[in-house]
Design a binder for this molecule. Structure first.
Ligand SMILES: [Cu+2]
Length: 120
């Protein structure tokens, strides 16, 4: 191998390294999941109409404390339904596969807890 060929190989390797992922790559793995605390008491929901950010496939956890039964409905594709009991510290987990705005509703109280803006 000539010196010139050796240098060419080295710079090709450097180029590939720059293109792929030696060091700071923009496609970081998703951060820790999104957690939302929801309280239902005396017919009132906290929060309502919140706006949250998440990424596709990111784990979203709803921590629900309620004094009444209800049905949680996540309007993602496919959607998720969770039965809320009259109990503290219930945990419901899901993730969203399709980017877009996803509403999280309480069907019995007819409230929107949050809209999750799911980024690709
Ligand atoms: Cu719904």
């Amino acid at each position: 191998m000539t010196l010139r060929a050796t240098l060419a190989t080295a710079s090709a390797a450097a180029l590939i390294c720059g293109l792929v992922a030696c060091g700071g790559s923009p496609s970081k793995p998703p951060a820790a999941g999104v957690d939302v605390n929801v309280t239902i008491a005396n017919g009132q929901v906290t929060p309502t109409n919140a706006t949250l950010q998440a990424r596709v496939h990111q784990q979203i956890t709803l921590h629900v404390t309620s004094d009444a039964t209800d049905e949680l409905h996540v309007h993602s594709v496919p959607d998720h339904k969770f039965q809320v009991a009259a109990a503290p510290n219930q945990t419901f987990q899901f993730s969203v596969d399709v980017p877009g705005n996803v509403e999280v509703e309480l069907h019995h109280l007819d409230r929107t807890i949050a809209t999750i803006q799911v980024q690709p």
